[in-house]
Design a protein around this ligand. Sequence first.
Ligand code: NAP
Length: 227
Amino acid sequence: MRKILIIGGSRGIGNSLLNKLVDKNNVINISRVKPNLTHHNLTHHTCDILTDELPDLDELDSIIYSPGSINLKPISRLKLDDFRNDFEINVIGAVKTIQRYLPLLKKGDKPSIVLFSTVATKLGMPFHASVSAAKSAVEGLVKSLGAEFAPAIRINAIAPTVTDTDLASKILRNEKMIDMITERHPLKKFLNPDEVADLAEFLLSEKSASISGQVFNMDCGIVSFKI
Ligand SMILES: NC(=O)c1ccc[n+]([C@@H]2O[C@H](COP(=O)([O-])OP(=O)(O)OC[C@H]3O[C@@H](n4cnc5c(N)ncnc54)[C@H](OP(=O)(O)O)[C@@H]3O)[C@@H](O)[C@H]2O)c1
């Protein structure tokens, strides 16, 4: 069985992925809260990625790093600490994870890493300066590390539009906002965490053996189409 580390499998997209993988893989989860699931293939470590030391693991084939932020404010209200905090959770946490487990990944079976960006790196939207800057750095990591790790380890990112998770609960806070967000997307929908987890599962698997260094827009058309 493959050994897959999920950083952030307690909620959201990471939790959907955890549920998809756990029957056929050994899943190791790291988050501050324990996932609401007990399974013989699941190991959990309670850990804050930013402040705690990451646990020792024996073996590892793949990593997905799911923590992120949606911190939307006009530039006049964004403090420098907002930029620092967004960079920490989106970029430094991912770097810390990759550096910590790189020796294990190098010995892994067809290793693969998946990170998360956002549509806001490609589509200029007001109030997204901090998250867009941090996620653009994630995309830079994917390009650079894709080259550095080839051919041994693949690394890709998914750049979703609004996804129905706790993180987006402020954006999807009422029926009016839900209708507005739905209408803004050319495919007249936004994402549910399961469909994003499906793409993550593909990128972690051997089905995507020829794909590395890529950022996949999962955008319901909002970046791709003007109609
Ligand atoms: N949802 C969207 O609309 C959307 C849109 C574009 C991009 N994205 C990106 O997609 C990714 C997944 O988003 P999501 O909506 O699934 O997020 P989410 O619902 O906030 O889930 C994040 C997961 O990361 C864990 N986590 C957060 N901070 C952590 C920390 N300091 N240490 C350890 N674990 C931590 C959380 O668990 P604990 O709280 O238990 O620690 C949780 O399991 C993020 O990178 C996000 O930026 C999301």
